[in-house]
Design a protein around this ligand. Structure first.
Ligand SMILES: *Cc1c(COP(=O)(O)O)cnc(C)c1O
Length: 395
């Protein structure tokens, strides 16, 4: 949510960041395709290049349409500064590579997004960075790993696909005592449901591809937080080159206008779907932080304004049951993305965790018959009826 004296989140989503970019009275932000920006006055050009005057030089570094996107997400996260990236993974990898150096230690959890997990396991160690990945459900273990000393604490909550919850405020307090930087991936919760910076985090990363854009038609990433840290990562992105394109920035800006509306509806739909599934005899178990039976329900209720649009559930009957059930859904894409206006379903066994063995998935607490469910903005009566008929298969 935005700063106390700034507009509320739903207002910032609509109006934020758009002033000063509109041209010729246009009410909408223009898509500026220009690669470069020209200056007749060489002194002015130099001042812009050195950051002493406002303006743009080259679109790999800054661009007016992209700037509007950065400003909108900055307001929504209540951050001092924000920058953007071509994808969520570009945001996450740039943040880790820009802020960590050989000999330093990062503490995170085993349940981070698949690409993030690969960075931790395959890439950071190559550069002499020590990575401690804790059991996501073991809060005492995470605290002990932080207390042992670290440069950066990387959190993601709720997690994918079993919706585990990390206590941001508590872990940030321990991180602060070590002088560590706290980064939170806020993709699942969105700034509508969770404000990590207000809970003590230093930086928030986003896959804008998901809820921020909300229409599954543009890739993007964002980083928000303290100006000094964001500037460090921005300097790296300027040379790493993973800049957000103006076309994608426009689609994300347009999608973000309805962010509050969509996320409120998606959260309400997910809650109703979770309750329905929880009572269904063909469902073994439901993972949703909004259910009082969820092990971290109390923490989620404290740090989230609503419990979000993501849930997962385990079917009775193993993976064969999933294979029979998924094709029967009428109002759901069977696809790898999430956070879109359409309901989207995916089994981690063939989607996000396809490269792991059954044993590895079991070790992560991911049952073979799990279905990840990203609630869309449809009428929830249709979603529930659709699940009901699909679950009735073979009975
Ligand atoms: C999708 C996702 C990412 C990666 O984002 P891309 O835009 O696909 O690169 C990172 N974190 C989470 C939680 C995600 O869901």
């Amino acid at each position: 949510m935005s700063e106390e004296n700034g507009p509320q989140a739903a207002t910032a989503a609509v109006w934020g960041g758009e002033e000063g970019v509109r041209i010729a009275g246009a009410t909408q932000v223009p898509v500026v395709h220009s690669v470069a920006f020209g200056y007749d006055d060489l002194d002015h050009w130099r001042d812009v290049a050195l950051g002493r005057a406002d303006g743009h030089i080259y679109s790999r570094n800054t661009n007016p349409t992209v700037r509007a996107f950065e400003e909108k997400i900055r307001l929504l996260e209540g951050a001092e500064a924000a920058t953007s990236f071509s994808t969520g993974m570009a945001a996450i990898s740039a943040t880790l590579f820009a802020l960590l150096a050989p000999g330093e230690r990062v503490v995170s959890v085993k349940d981070t997004y698949g690409g993030t997990n690969r960075l931790f396991l395959d890439y950071l160690p190559r550069f002499g960075i020590e990575v401690a990945l804790c059991e996501t459900g073991d809060q005492a273990g995470i605290v002990a790993a932080i207390d042992a000393g670290c440069k950066l604490v990387y959190l993601e909550t709720p997690t994918n696909p079993t919706c585990k919850i990390l206590d941001i405020e508590l872990l940030a307090r321990h991180a602060k005592a070590q002088g560590a930087t706290v980064v939170v991936d806020n993709t699942f919760a969105t700034p509508i449901n969770q404000s990590p910076l207000a809970l003590g985090a230093d930086l928030v990363v986003h896959s804008a591809t998901k809820y921020l854009g909300g229409h599954a038609d543009a890739l993007g990433g964002a980083l928000c937080g303290a100006a000094g840290l964001v500037a460090k990562v921005f300097a790296y992105r300027e040379v790493n080159g993973a800049a957000l394109h103006a076309d994608a920035a426009y689609l994300l800006l347009r999608g973000m206008k309805t962010l509050a509306l969509r996320v409120e509806r998606q959260s309400a739909n997910a809650m109703a779907v979770a309750r329905f599934l929880d009572a269904h005899p063909r469902v073994e178990r439901v993972f949703y932080p909004g259910l009082p039976s969820h092990p971290n329900h109390a923490v989620a209720a404290r740090q989230m304004r609503a419990f979000g649009g993501m849930l997962s559930f385990q079917l009775v009957g193993g993976f064969e049951a999933v294979k029979a059930f998924l094709p029967r859904l009428r109002f759901a894409h069977r696809a790898a993305n999430l956070g879109a206006v359409e309901t989207t379903v995916a089994p981690p066994r063939t989607g996000s965790h396809v490269e792991l063995t059954e044993q590895e998935r079991a070790a992560m607490g991911i049952p073979e018959a799990l279905v990840r469910y990203s609630a869309g903005i449809e009428d929830v009566r249709d979603l529930v009826a659709d699940l009901e008929q699909a679950l009735a298969v073979g009975s």
